[in-house]
Design a protein around this ligand. Structure first.
Ligand code: SF4
Length: 250
């Protein structure tokens, strides 16, 4: 109840959670990230398997890729559901990611207490939340499993959602994020269509990969991909946010 983790967020949500968030008047953005996937990794590669289950196969020019689509409830400042008393106004219906914090949904990221926003006394509870970096809280473990399952089960619906919204651009994974902010009513209608199972759901094969690094764009072009250098200008229907440490050539 310190409220520290409830400010200035892009909060990953499931499709059902996104519909509810929009229904309450909130904003939801769509983040698309692509990984070149020229060959199938070995089946013993656990990380590749995890990534594969959460992405859909597509292509950029002649380059096979896998695309991850994240819906994110977005807000600057305090979450619209955060009360003055620092209580969550939708506590019983809060998204999985809020139930899981400060634990990690990604099984390949270790819980590191020192990287979390929680005040130190929040960790001093009678029943430990984590021991030696390993999560032991059973309710949180259940929420993590439900969140992972939803992300995997929704992969095809997220692809169909992109088609309905005419989104065919993605950032290059690990370099930055491509963020589309559809009008609230348009996104809600597209989500409701997706829920009803109507409309498209096939790969249009024309994904363009966006980067703010000239070397990446040139390398992708050489292997047959459709690639563009982000020019840092608004008006392209998206905004690009480079990850820290990635050198921009804009
Ligand atoms: S929904 Fe509730 S728990 Fe989640 S960020 Fe908002 S106020 Fe915090």
């Amino acid at each position: 109840m310190c409220g520290r983790c409830c400010h200035d967020l892009l909060l990953p949500v499931t499709l059902a959670e996104a519909r509810k968030w929009l229904g309450r008047g909130g904003q939801v953005d769509v983040l698309c990230e692509a990984t070149p996937w020229p060959v199938e990794p070995d089946s013993t590669n656990a990380f590749a398997g995890y990534k594969r289950r959460r992405t859909f196969a597509a292509s950029s020019g002649t380059l096979p890729i896998r695309v991850a689509v994240t819906l994110a409830a977005s807000f600057a400042g305090a979450c619209p559901n955060l009360g003055d008393d620092m209580r969550c106004g939708i506590y019983e219906e809060r998204p999985f990611v809020c139930r899981v914090y400060p634990a990690e949904i990604n099984p390949f990221i270790r819980l590191q207490q020192e990287h979390k926003l929680c005040p130190s006394d929040a960790w001093q509870v009678r029943t430990p939340f984590a021991v030696g970096g390993v999560l032991v809280d059973s309710a949180t473990r259940v929420s993590i499993e439900q969140s992972r399952r939803a992300a995997e089960d929704e992969v095809n619906d997220r692809r169909a959602l992109c088609e309905r919204l005419h989104i065919d651009k993605a950032s290059v994974a690990n370099e930055g994020f491509l963020i589309v902010s559809p009008p609230r009513e348009q996104l809600l209608a597209a989500l409701l269509d997706t829920q009803a199972g109507n409309g498209p759901g096939t790969d249009n094969g024309a994904w363009t990969l966006i980067s703010n690094r000239r070397a990446t764009v040139d390398t992708l072009a050489k292997v047959g991909a459709l690639s563009e250098l982000d020019n840092g200008q608004p008006g392209d229907g998206y905004r690009y946010v480079g990850v820290q440490g990635a050198a921009a050539d804009v």
